[in-house]
Ligand binder design. Structure first.
Ligand code: BES
Ligand code: ZN
Ligand code: ZN
Length: 477
């Protein structure tokens, strides 16, 4: 992955730089380039690029579309920067001027968007590749305005946080165990000035995290439960809890998944990775609310002692749960984490999880489902989805579906009665553990992974939600 740097002017070392072009300003290119654009189908639309040859020893240029000047926003600049970096992958040093004359948008916002576009689109999981790395070593963001440096640093910090989460997600489930995740969290929390507390399997039992223990029963890797604390400088504006599903691999357990269904299930700790990444960003962004992150970690496996369909466990809050499908495991570990979070009486809880496939049946793979009990909190997350371009859609928690969770033998069962509305039933299950604290639930479903490079997404784990949640916390006042 290339490093990012900031410069007040085009650096001599760059063998290529961009020329941002608005779709309603093509005449500004002059007759030669206008002709070339026309013949090559370049119209200045967001995400379009046209590579131009350079002089004998001058840099090459790439026309980069930014759409209509009046509608330039952080989303279009981010996507334009992503398209630029994809077009120049063969160079060693590239420079972008996309943040120089953005239009109506704030310069700081423009710089952050450009950093994110460049950094996220050039992300690559290389840990297990033995071949040579891609050539692009450095991308220089050109901006000379006041405040550029602070904005650049926030953009770069965001890229690092998302890359960290993607690395965690992309690492195979066989090595990204609860212990390995915890070891990573130790380093990350130390480096970013937040406080980590680790509960091991003994403490988990002592704390009565029955859901975590039930899911972990069939595993050879002990479970972990992480708590991460961030305190702002000055009096906090509010107290917010984040909860992330950390299933390091989901085989389905005895209700085993199909081979295809299991193929991508190393992504099932995306919520946990997102929470860790957000926690690592809070100091860099100067967030004004106090935040505590909770990450229950276990894989969902099948040794001789795995929990069985029909088994009943007692959750942290004392409710008994009948497990009728061991593949609905995420809600069991989240139940305990939500209880622990709500005991501290925060002003709000946000959980994020690859909880159901069903949510993607409703919304497709580019959008997360958003549910919850508090309209103001839902509104904050919806508002953060716009500038970050991490889209969510508010789904209901219909009270009349709650009876699907009634169990004959226990207080609750862990699945509904049929194949429909699975994301909503899962949301209703989680609600039982929030104890009246204002709560929002983000179900990522398949938006946790990308099956091709697209905009700022790179095939593999997307770490969807890092920028969304960070933006919601940043805007909190
Ligand atoms: N981790 C899966 C959900 C999932 C599937 C996320 C595909 C992303 C992509 C979860 O643990 C699960 O298996 N959910 C089941 C619930 C069902 C058994 C009630 C589902 O959605 O099918
Ligand atoms: Zn599952
Ligand atoms: Zn799962």
């Amino acid at each position: 992955m290339p490093s990012l740097s900031l410069s007040a002017s085009l650096p001599k070392s760059a063998t290529v730089h961009d020329v941002p072009v608005a779709s309603d300003e093509l005449e500004g290119l002059g007759p030669d380039l206008m002709r070339a654009s026309k013949l090559q189908g370049f119209e200045g639309k967001v995400g379009q690029t046209l590579v131009l040859a350079g002089g004998a020893d001058g840099p090459m240029r790439v026309l980069v579309g930014i759409g209509e000047r009046s509608s330039v926003d952080s989303g279009s600049l981010r996507r334009a920067a992503a398209a630029f970096v994809r077009a120049v992958g063969k160079h060693k040093v590239a420079a972008t001027t996309l943040a120089e004359n953005p239009g109506d948008i704030d310069r700081a916002e423009a710089i952050r968007a450009v950093c994110e576009g460049v950094g996220l689109a050039s992300y690559k999981y290389t840990a297990l590749k033995t071949g040579p790395e891609r050539p692009l070593r450095k991308v220089v963001v050109v901006s000379k305005g006041a405040g550029s440096k602070a904005a650049f640093e926030q953009g770069a910090a965001t890229v690092n946080a998302v890359s960290l989460a993607r690395d965690l997600v992309n690492e195979p489930g066989g090595s990204m165990t609860p212990e390995a995740f915890t070891a990573m969290a130790r380093t990350v929390c130390k480096d970013s000035g937040v406080k980590l507390t680790v509960w091991d399997e003994k403490r988990i039992a002592k704390e009565k995290l029955g859901g975590v223990m039930a899911v972990n029963q069939g595993s050879t890797h002990p479970a972990r439960f992480l708590t991460i604390d961030y305190k702002p400088t000055g009096a906090p504006k509010a107290k917010v809890a984040l909860v992330g599903k950390g299933i390091t691999f989901d085989s389905g357990g005895l209700s085993i998944k199909t081979g295809t269904g299991m193929m991508t299930m190393k992504v099932d700790m995306t919520g946990g990775a997102v929470v860790l990444a957000v926690m690592s960003l809070l100091n860099a962004l100067g967030v004004k609310v106090a935040v505590t992150g909770y990450i229950p970690l276990t894989d969902n496996m099948i040794n001789g002692d795995a929990f069985r369909p029909g088994d009943v466990f007692t959750a942290r809050n004392g409710k008994t749960v009948e497990v009728l499908n061991t593949d609905a495991e995420g809600r069991l570990v989240l139940a305990d984490a939500l209880s622990v979070a709500s005991e501290k009486k925060p002003d709000a809880i946000i959980d994020i999880a690859t909880l159901t496939g069903s949510v993607s049946g409703a919304l497709g793979v580019n959008m997360a489902g958003l549910m919850g009990t508090d309209d103001a909190l839902i509104g904050r997350i919806e508002a953060a989805a716009v500038p970050t371009d991490e889209q969510v859609w508010h789904l209901p928690l219909p009270v009349e579906y709650r009876k699907q969770l009634d169990s004959v033998v226990a207080d609750l069962k862990n699945i509904g009665n049929g194949p429909f509305g699975g994301a909503l039933v899962a949301g209703l299950f989680l609600k039982e553990f929030t104890d009246g604290v204002p709560w929002a639930h983000i179900d990522l479903g398949m938006s946790a992974m990308a099956d091709s490079d697209d905009g700022v997404k790179v095939k593999g784990g997307t770490a969807f939600g890092v920028r969304l949640i960070a933006a919601a916390l940043e805007a909190w006042s």
